[in-house]
Design a protein around this ligand. Structure first.
Ligand code: SF4
Length: 683
C-alpha cells in the first residue's frame, strides 16, 4: 500500500507538522490527531467508523486530510457528504485550498450539487424566444441575469449575486427533473448539469450533500460515479433526511400543472399543448386525449377535495393514515375516486402514446416528456395507494396546507435497512461523523436507526468518541427553572415572555431562544415585541423578520439582538465570541407522534414490541437537545449560559439522559425569581 498509514496521517497534525506550517490558525489538538488516525485506519482496513467529535475537535480537517491522501495514493474516489450547504461550501472554499497548500498536492476535487443549482439551456432559450409570458418582476430577473447567462462557464447559480427578491425567480431557469428532456434535448452537449456529472468521473474527491447522495440512491446510482469510500459528515441528520428523500409523493399541484400544460381554459379561450400540436398537424386526432385530460383533472380535484374532508381543523401539517382512519367513510370514498382517476390516467397515457406514434416523435420531445411525467405520477400514486397503504413496512400520510390536502406520501419504517441495502452494502470504507451522535456516551441509538446494527460486534465497525477540548467547566453553566408551569399549560407562553424580559434586560440582548413549535414562538414573540422595542433590543423572529441569512446578518450587526427560532436554529447557528451569551431552551425537543417521521419511528419499535419512548422519542430528543445546547460555546474563549425553561429536565427521571449527554456539567436548578441574581456574574 503506497505510503499510507495512520501514523503518517497523525504526523501531519503533530505540533510543527505540515498543518501547523501551512494552515493559518491551526492549533494542535490531540483529539483531532487521534480522530484523523482512526479514520485513516478505517480507510486502510476497509472498515466502518462511527465517530463523535465534540465542538472544537476540528473534524473536517481530520477526515479531509486522510481522505485526500487515500484518494491520491490508492487511486480511489472518496465521496464526502454533508447535510448543510454551508459546510459543503466551507470545504470547497477554505479547507481544500488549505490542504492543497499544506500537502503540495494537485487534488481533483469536484462539488456535486443538485440539478436546481444549474441553468437549463432549454428553459433559457424558450424564455428568450418568448414562449413563456413573464410578469414584470420575472422580466427584471431575466434582464439582470442575461449577461451572466451568456458568459457563464459553469451555469452555477452561486455565481449570481442578486438581491433575494429577484433571485427567487431562479426557478425560471433552473434545471428540473420534470421538464428535463434528457437525451432528446438539443442542448444535451452543452448542458451544465451534465458537464458537472461528467467532471465527477475524473475527481479524486467528490464533495456533495445528503440530499444529492440520496437522490443518487433513488435513481440507482446513475448520478455519482462508482465509489467505495464514503465520509458522512453531519451524520446525525442522514436517517431523518433519508426518510424524506426516499419518500414517494402524489402531489395535487403537480398533477394539476401537468394536465394544465395539455389543456387549459383562459378567459374563455381554450389553449394548451394538445391544441398547439393539432395546429402543427391538422390531421391529428386529439379529441380523445382532450376529453381524458379534462376528466382526469376533474377526478384529481375530487380526490384531494375528498381527502380534505377528513382533515380536522387543527391538523397542523400532516395526518398519518392509520388502519382506523382508512376504515372511515370519507377515506373509502377518496379511495374509490382515486381508483377511477388511476384508470383514467392509464387511458390518457395510452392515448398520448398513440398521438406520439402518429406524429414524428423526434420532433416533439415535449410530448415524450409529458408522458414520462404522467407515468411517474401514476406509478407513485399506485405505489402509495395500492401497495404501501396498510403495509407494515411503510407509513402513509396526507400533507396539509391550511385545511386542504396538498399531497399524499409514503415512506419507509425501516429506513436503516434501506440505507444498508442501497448504500453501505456496496462500500469498502464508511466514516460517519458528527458532533452529536452519542447518548450518555453510547452510540447504540445512532447505530440502530441508521441501519448499522448488523455490523456491531464485528471487526467491520468501530466507534470513537472524541470529546470537545473546550473547558466547559469554566466556560458554561446550565440553569433549569424548576417553577415554570407545564409546557402544555395555557400560562406557559406568558411566563416564558415574563422571564425573557428579565433575562434580556440583564444580558442586554446577545441571546438566542430555541422553540419547538410555531404557535409557542409566535405567542412569545407577540408578547416580547413591545418590550424589545421600548428597550431598543432588536428582536429577530423566524418567519417574521426575513430569511435565515438576513436574520443572522442583522444579529451579527447589532451587539444586543435576540434571535428566536425553530428547528434550523437548533442546528444551523454558529456564533462565536460575545455575540451569543445566553441560550434559552423553551421546551425539551420531543417530537410529536403526529409527524410522519416520528410516527414511523414509533411504529418501528412497536412492531418489535419495544418501548418507543425510551428507544426512540427520548434519545431522539436528547440528540436534538445536545445540538441546541451546542450552539452556545463555539470557541475556546466563548463564555455563556443555557437556561432551560422546561422543568421536566429536573423533575422527570429521564432528564438525566439529556443532562448526561451534553458537555456542560455545571447544572443548577433554580426558581425564576432568583435567576437574574444568580446569573449576574456570568454576564
Ligand atoms: S439536458 Fe435537461 S437540464 Fe440540460 S439543458 Fe437540456 S433540458 Fe435543460
Amino acid at each position: 500500500m503506497a505510503s499510507f498509514s495512520p501514523e503518517k496521517i497523525a504526523a501531519y497534525f503533530a505540533p510543527q507538522g505540515l498543518l501547523q506550517k501551512f494552515v493559518t490558525e491551526y492549533k494542535y489538538r490531540s483529539e483531532q490527531a487521534e480522530l484523523a488516525a482512526a479514520i485513516a485506519g478505517a480507510l486502510m482496513e476497509d472498515r466502518f467508523l462511527v465517530a463523535e467529535a465534540g465542538t472544537g475537535v476540528g473534524k473536517t480537517l481530520a477526515y479531509l486530510l486522510p481522505a485526500i491522501e487515500w484518494a491520491k495514493t490508492q487511486h480511489e474516489k472518496v465521496v464526502i457528504t454533508t447535510k448543510t450547504r454551508a459546510l459543503q461550501q466551507q470545504i470547497i472554499e477554505k479547507d481544500i485550498p488549505d490542504l492543497k497548500r499544506a500537502l503540495q498536492m494537485d487534488i481533483a476535487c469536484v462539488e456535486a450539487k443538485g440539478r436546481d443549482n444549474y441553468l437549463c439551456w432549454n428553459k433559457y432559450i424558450e424564455i428568450l424566444a418568448g414562449k413563456r409570458a413573464l410578469k414584470p418582476e420575472e422580466q427584471e430577473f431575466m434582464t439582470a441575469v442575461l449577461k451572466w447567462a451568456e458568459n457563464t462557464k459553469t451555469g452555477d447559480k452561486k455565481e449570481i449575486s442578486l438581491k433575494s427578491s429577484l433571485l427567487r425567480h431562479w426557478h425560471l431557469l433552473a434545471s428540473d427533473r420534470r421538464s428535463c428532456l434528457r437525451n432528446k434535448c438539443q442542448f444535451h452537449d452543452k448542458c451544465f448539469r451534465l458537464k458537472m456529472i461528467k467532471s465527477l468521473e475524473k475527481a479524486d474527491l467528490i464533495i456533495t450533500n445528503h440530499a444529492m447522495l440520496l437522490s443518487d440512491i433513488l435513481v440507482d446510482n446513475s448520478i455519482l460515479p462508482e465509489y467505495k469510500y464514503l465520509v458522512v459528515d453531519e451524520a446525525h441528520a442522514l436517517e431523518r433526511e433519508s426518510f424524506d428523500k426516499l419518500a414517494l409523493s402524489f402531489v395535487r399541484e403537480e398533477i394539476t400543472e401537468v394536465l394544465k400544460v395539455l389543456e387549459f381554459h383562459d378567459k374563455g379561450f381554450k389553449r394548451g399543448y394538445l391544441r398547439q400540436l393539432r395546429r402543427k398537424n391538422q390531421q391529428l386526432a386529439i379529441d380523445e386525449s382532450l376529453t381524458l385530460t379534462a376528466k382526469t383533472a376533474d377526478l384529481a380535484e375530487q380526490f384531494f377535495n375528498q381527502l380534505s374532508l377528513g382533515l380536522r381543523k387543527n391538523d397542523s401539517f400532516s395526518l398519518v393514515l392509520t388502519d382506523e382512519i382508512t376504515e372511515k367513510t370519507w377515506f373509502k370514498k377518496a379511495f374509490e375516486i382515486y381508483s377511477d382517476w388511476q384508470h383514467l390516467m392509464r387511458l390518457l397515457i395510452n392515448s398520448l402514446k398513440q398521438l406520439s406514434r402518429d406524429i414524428e416523435e423526434e420532433e416533439e420531445p415535449e410530448l415524450f416528456n409529458i408522458i414520462a411525467v404522467l407515468e411517474e405520477i401514476s406509478d407513485n400514486a399506485f405505489c402509495i395507494m395500492d401497495e404501501d397503504l396498510g403495509t407494515e413496512a411503510k407509513i402513509v400520510w396526507i400533507e396539509t396546507g391550511g385545511e386542504q390536502a396538498i399531497s399524499i406520501s409514503s415512506s419507509h419504517v425501516r429506513i436503516g435497512e434501506i440505507l444498508d441495502n442501497k448504500l453501505y452494502a456496496k462500500l469498502s470504507g464508511l466514516i460517519m461523523l458528527s458532533a452529536t451522535l452519542a447518548i450518555e456516551d453510547k452510540f447504540d441509538f445512532f447505530i440502530e436507526k441508521v441501519g448499522l446494527s448488523q455490523y456491531t460486534g464485528t471487526e467491520r465497525l468501530d466507534c470513537l468518541l472524541e470529546k470537545s477540548p473546550f473547558d466547559y467547566k469554566n466556560q458554561a453553566c446550565l440553569y433549569i427553572l424548576s417553577d415554570m408551569p407545564d409546557p402544555k399549560h395555557q400560562e406557559f407562553s406568558q411566563t416564558v415572555a415574563r422571564v425573557m424580559m428579565k433575562l434580556l434586560s440583564a444580558a442586554k440582548g446577545r441571546t438566542m431562544v430555541l422553540f419547538t413549535a410555531k404557535k409557542s414562538l409566535s405567542e412569545v414573540s407577540q408578547l416580547l415585541r413591545p418590550f424589545c422595542e421600548q428597550e431598543g433590543i432588536p428582536l429577530l423572529v423566524q418567519n417574521e423578520d426575513g430569511s435565515f441569512g438576513a436574520m443572522m446578518e442583522e444579529y451579527a450587526r447589532n451587539n444586543n439582538a435576540v434571535l428566536m427560532g425553530l428547528d434550523t436554529f437548533w442546528e444551523g447557528v454558529d456564533l462565536k465570541g460575545d455575540l451569543l451569551t445566553l441560550l434559552v431552551v423553551v421546551k425539551l425537543p420531543f417530537r410529536s407522534l403526529s409527524e410522519p417521521y416520528s410516527s414511523a419511528g414509533d411504529k418501528y419499535f412497536r412492531l418489535q414490541n419495544r418501548n418507543s419512548f425510551s428507544n426512540f422519542l427520548l434519545p431522539d430528543a436528547a440528540v436534538r437537545f445536545k445540538q441546541g445546547v451546542g450552539r452556545l460555546i463555539r470557541s475556546e474563549t466563548d463564555r455563556g449560559l443555557v437556561i432551560v425553561m422546561d422543568n421536566r429536565l429536573a423533575a422527570k427521571a429521564y432528564g438525566k439522559v439529556f443532562l448526561d449527554s451534553i458537555p456542560i456539567k455545571n447544572t443548577i436548578e433554580t426558581e425564576k425569581d432568583k435567576l437574574t441574581t444568580l446569573i449576574g456574574d456570568w454576564l
